[in-house]
Design a protein around this ligand. Structure first.
Ligand code: F6R
Length: 246
């Protein structure tokens, strides 16, 4: 595991964008596993800036997002499809047909999961998976207690996640209670994993995930078993592990 300490959010975003752009330059038709959330927004902005300068070409890239709320339409401004379109895809030359997010509107949840697993297999697996981490250690929407061997599945969101996400909705009641997520097994099958984290509220989750015991109650702890993980965090997010890595 490689841990990189960034001075601040901007530096974290630039460093993460560098790894993504290196992946795209080395393998123009690569498969990127992408994440939503507030953490990667700066990284997406940086990639857009480099794309506009002509430094990166996304025309052959395939993307597979980690997760989506169950029941939200793609044009709902809280859906993860909408997030990806507005924060990233609409501003670069990726072919939208090659951008994948679980179908929030399909009534048959098993079909959504089956189809998503097939998309991942058919495109040959994920070259580089981007992850944020929840304050409870979740990755994707794999909440504490999720079995490590799961592939794409539907989850009941933890109360703490619903509360954390409610800042994006008009009220707590409007936050969907279920979501689709790539499973931990799927995430672990990615060839490379990049975790980004900023802010002191992530410090405990980072310590538990990267230096604690490997247990389903801290989903991110499974990453210790992957052989190519890079964690890029700002000083606040890494504050509780600085002693371990210096
Ligand atoms: C997003 C995702 C989540 C977030 C995590 C951190 O697609 O799967 O696991 O990465 O909740 O979210 P932020 O970045 O908003 O703190």
């Amino acid at each position: 595991m490689k841990i990189v300490v960034a001075e601040d959010y901007n530096q974290m975003s630039r460093m993460a964008a560098n790894l993504i752009s290196a992946q795209v330059i080395m393998k123009p038709n690569c498969v990127l596993g992408l994440a939503t959330g507030s953490t990667p927004i700066g990284m997406y902005n940086q990639l857009i800036e480099w794309y506009k300068k002509g430094d990166i070409d996304f025309s052959q890239v395939t993307s597979i997002n980690l997760d989506e709320y169950r029941g939200l339409a793609p044009d709902n401004d809280q859906s993860y499809r909408y997030f990806m379109d507005t924060h990233f895809f609409n501003h670069i030359n990726i072919d939208k047909k090659r951008t994948h997010v679980p179908d929030g509107l399909e009534p048959d949840a098993n079909k959504v999961c089956r189809d998503y697993n097939k998309i991942i297999t058919d495109c040959g697996g994920i070259d580089l998976q981007l992850l944020g981490i929840g304050i409870n250690g979740h990755i994707g929407f794999n909440e504490p207690g999720t079995a490590f061997e799961k592939e794409t599945h539907v989850v009941d969101l933890a109360e703490s996640t619903i509360r954390a996400n409610s800042r994006f909705f008009a009220s707590l009641d409007e936050v969907p209670k279920q979501a689709y997520t790539m499973g931990i097994k799927t995430i672990m099958q990615a060839k490379k994993i990049l975790v980004v984290a900023n802010g002191k509220e992530k410090a405990q989750a980072i310590k538990d995930a990267f230096f604690g015991p490997i247990l389903p109650k801290v989903p991110g702890s499974v990453l210790q078993l992957h052989n190519d993980v890079t964690l890029i965090g700002d000083k606040e997010a890494l504050s509780l592990i600085l002693d371990e890595i210096e």
